[in-house]
Write a protein that binds this ligand. Structure first.
Ligand code: ZN
Length: 425
């Protein structure tokens, strides 16, 4: 007896075709029109879109250490509700996974508490910021999805060079938060027209682009597998486009907020994130980069904070916004409904490309593959309301935005974990 998804619409060459999916155990057994009920447990998908499960390679689950912001349980529930079947957790927790002991500790917590699949990153350097010591990549690489100091740019060229030499040698990936600290000058928003007008301290685009330039050159020489986190600048897009043309093993991600907002949307701490949202020219460059394949995927950089932390005002509040529960509806509504991109493009950005980059056998609905699936209602229109978030973080810049494309059913390893608002642990 298996699980039978009846009457779902599947994407085939950018057409939505009605097909049934039979799942046995963890595996997709059959995809065809009209599979018999037999003794299967049946879920009627009622002409909703059936997609490979989403993969977000950049989230902050906050546990261990910052459970008042988010836990593995609340974060992965929020992810399941957003249609995600796998997320990659950044290492800025306490302890930081930077050695075998702490990586094992984090893996154990994930095993016990996560509703969906979670792969952790280890940091690139000890304690993330201690650039005097690289982590033991060879012993950690099989336990983690990659190495990242997210939240902190690697300041030393020598350290990044040696990290990439190791990443190439040990066949793993470096995912970099690109930020040059020496030119931050206490900035907390983009250094542009709005910051000048308001008298806010700005962060120049150069603080990101200069490290993207450095790192793609290092990746070119070392042949390392290199990924740029949350790209935000037009210069960054240009550098990566050029590097890809030269055959550098580089990919990058963009967040929904960098695709949809600019400095003009910044007014309070729920629009404060790092890197900051920038100018219209940057936003257009990011959209073009996504369309032409320079940018490979969408990641949320889901960064929950407590209400009181975010109450501190634009200057003092911590950087970051949540994203797991709104990413797909925002992108579907603002890219597919507006005909900027096809549904096929969007599924590549949310599922196929991140899976491919991490060498994971996900991202496609095919017989024989693992049944990580999400079902989406493409028609019902609803307003984003942070009071309804499962995430402990309510810090979204998108409250009251009206969207279509709401995930309604999430299946991980053939098992329903989220169905019409209810979680199954
Ligand atoms: Zn970051």
């Amino acid at each position: 007896m298996g699980l039978l998804l009846k009457n779902g619409l599947i994407l085939e060459k950018n057409d939505l075709i009605k097909k049934d999916i039979l799942i046995e155990g963890k595996i997709i057994k059959k995809i065809q029109s009209n599979i018999d009920h037999d003794n299967h447990q049946v879920i009627d998908c009622k002409n909703h879109f059936v997609s490979p499960g989403f993969i977000d390679i950049h989230v902050h689950l906050r546990e261990p250490g910052y459970e008042d912001k988010e836990t593995i349980s609340t974060g992965t529930k929020a992810a399941a509700k957003g249609g995600y079947t796998l997320v990659c957790a950044m290492p800025n927790t306490n302890p930081i996974p930077d050695c075998e002991k702490t990586v094992d500790y984090v893996l154990d917590l994930i095993e016990k508490k996560a509703l969906i699949k979670v792969l952790p990153y280890a940091s690139i350097t000890k304690d993330q910021t201690n650039e005097n010591k690289l982590v033991d990549m060879v012993n950690l690489k099989d336990k983690v999805c990659g190495f990242s100091n997210d939240g902190h740019g690697v300041q030393s060229t020598q350290v990044m060079y040696e990290a990439m030499l190791n990443a190439y040698k040990y066949e793993t990936i470096i995912c970099a938060h690109c930020e040059e600290d020496s030119i931050l000058y206490g900035g907390y928003v983009h250094k542009g027209y709005k910051a000048k007008k308001e008298g806010w301290n700005g962060i120049t685009s150069l603080s990101e682009s200069i490290q993207i330039a450095r790192d793609t050159l290092i990746a070119e020489e070392t042949k390392a597998k290199y990924h740029v986190c949350h790209i935000s600048t037009k210069e960054g897009v240009r550098i990566i486009r050029d590097a890809k043309k030269r055959g550098v093993n580089v990919t990058c991600e963009v967040t929904p907020h960098h695709l949809l907002l600019t400095e003009n949307d910044v007014y309070d701490s729920n629009t404060k994130m790092n890197p900051p949202v920038r100018e219209l020219k940057d936003k257009y460059a990011l959209i073009s980069g996504l369309i032409d394949g320079t940018i490979d995927m969408i990641a949320t950089d889901h960064a929950p904070h407590t209400y009181s932390e975010k109450q501190k005002g634009l200057k003092e509040a911590p950087f970051g916004v949540v994203g797991l529960e709104t990413a797909f509806p925002l992108i579907y509504t603002n890219f597919v409904e507006t005909e900027i991109a096809s549904l096929e493009d969007v599924i590549k950005w949310f599922s196929y490309n991140p899976a491919k980059r991490l060498n994971l056998e996900y991202g496609k609905l095919l017989p024989g593959r693992i049944a990580d699936i999400t079902v989406i209602d493409l028609h019902t229109e609803r307003e984003i309301n942070s009071d309804e978030f499962i995430s402990k973080g309510k810090n979204t810049p998108f409250n009251n935005w009206t969207c279509k494309g709401w995930p309604i059913l999430t299946i991980v390893d053939g098992k329903v974990v989220f169905n019409k608002g209810v979680f199954y642990e």
